[in-house]
Design a protein around this ligand. Structure first.
Ligand code: ATP
Ligand code: MG
Length: 355
């Protein structure tokens, strides 16, 4: 027997429901490690409010070091009313970590199963079968530009993008498109914004030079917001800049009916990625074994796929989740009766049944 490959996975439970969903997900990963003979080495670190409470630091240096030395980071959630109005803010921990890890692309997949389609605010016929992924650029654009107030009381935010910033996120999106249905829709506002005209030029060039086999379309963000509601099934990979991605990601997150189900990944240049559910710390249900762990479990599948290159292992988690949801074994947010722990165990049982 070859010795199993060692993978270091840094767990950051954080605040609110974070520790509960991370615990359930760790159990799933342990079972996957056993089945596929991987040596997953887990370590847990402080972030957010948990860091403030324990060591008066939302992002201890020890956490940064451990994350950078890992093969992938899995985060629960940070924040909550407990730290409102305090000088140290839990969110500083997450923002600082994203910066320290050099994360430049945020990925949010959405697959709408028949069960989810029933809960969607849109008609079942429109959303059932949706299978798309949003690639949002994370380091540039108007959020990071110079901002301020003028003497006359007016205010400004500068939007700027470098060619390199657009190139690297485009390459990442085209690469993923090749593994999917081979279609990229690049979203901008090139009819009015200069950064968008540059965006369109660079995406078009990277496509022609490096990924001609992918089908590339361009869309304006306003019509895209409309089309995502009218015909979301048409899209495969959606590539866009920081602010447009922020807005479209939230729009897309409601199509699937429950915030508790959706995963995300943020990728860095060469270093490890950061994987987390899209939901927040959900203080209203924290500590009660009520949170849906699926968003975090699917984030772990993304960690295996995009962070460690373990496609079969990721697919086996996703198949187990699909089977469990189809069988109606869900938490209260989806109308089921399972607690967080039991929902995780149902997924583990499904993984065992598949193997
Ligand atoms: P943040 O600002 O950190 O994004 P938020 O206040 O926007 O947080 P969440 O913490 O995600 O939002 O909570 C929004 C609602 O969704 C809450 O009612 C919460 O209970 C519910 N919710 C969030 N995550 C889950 C989950 N995993 N399972 C079930 N319900 C959830
Ligand atoms: Mg929020």
């Amino acid at each position: 027997m070859p010795t199993p490959k060692i993978w270091k996975i840094a767990l950051l439970p954080g605040d609110g429901v974070g520790p509960e969903v991370i615990a359930a997900t760790k159990s799933v990963l342990q079972v996957i490690g056993d089945f596929y003979d991987h040596d997953f080495q887990f370590s847990e670190h402080l972030i957010g409010g948990a860091g403030i409470d324990a060591v008066e630091n939302p992002l201890p240096q020890e956490t940064i070091d451990a994350c950078l030395a890992s093969n992938g980071v899995l985060l629960g959630a940070v924040g909550g009313p407990k730290w409102d109005g305090q000088k140290l803010r839990p969110e500083q921990g997450l923002l600082g970590l994203r910066k320290a890890m050099g994360l430049y692309a945020n990925l949010r997949p959405l697959q709408v199963s028949p069960v989810m389609a029933h809960r969607s605010p849109l008609k079942k016929e429109i959303v059932e079968g949706v299978d798309l992924i949003v690639f949002r650029e994370l380091t540039g654009g108007v959020y990071f530009g110079d901002k301020g107030r003028n003497d006359d009381g007016s205010a400004y935010d500068v939007c700027s993008y470098s060619i390199e910033e657009i190139e690297r996120v485009s390459r990442a999106a085209f690469k993923i498109a090749i593994q999917r249905r081979g279609k990229v829709t690049s979203v901008d506002k090139a009819n009015v914004m200069e950064t968008s005209r540059l965006w369109r030029e660079v995406v078009t060039r990277i496509h022609a030079e490096e990924f001609p086999q992918v089908e590339l379309k361009h869309a304006l963000v306003d019509s895209m917001a409309m089309h995502l509601i009218q015909r979301p099934r048409d899209y495969d990979v959606i590539l866009t800049e920081n602010m447009f991605g922020d807005i479209l990601s939230d729009e897309i997150s409601v199509l699937g009916g429950s915030i508790g189900l959706l995963p995300s990944a943020s990728l860095g240049s060469g270093g490890p990625g950061l994987f987390e559910p899209i939901h927040g710390s959900a203080p209203d249900i924290a500590g009660q074994d009520l949170a849906n762990p699926v968003g975090t479990i699917l984030s772990a599948a993304m960690l295996l796929r995009h962070g460690l290159g373990l496609e079969d292992e990721a697919a086996s988690i996703e198949a187990a989740v699909a089977a469990v949801l189809a069988a109606g074994a869900t938490t209260a947010d989806l109308g089921g009766e399972l607690g967080t722990r039991a929902a995780g165990e149902a997924i583990i049982d499904a993984i065992r049944a598949i193997h």
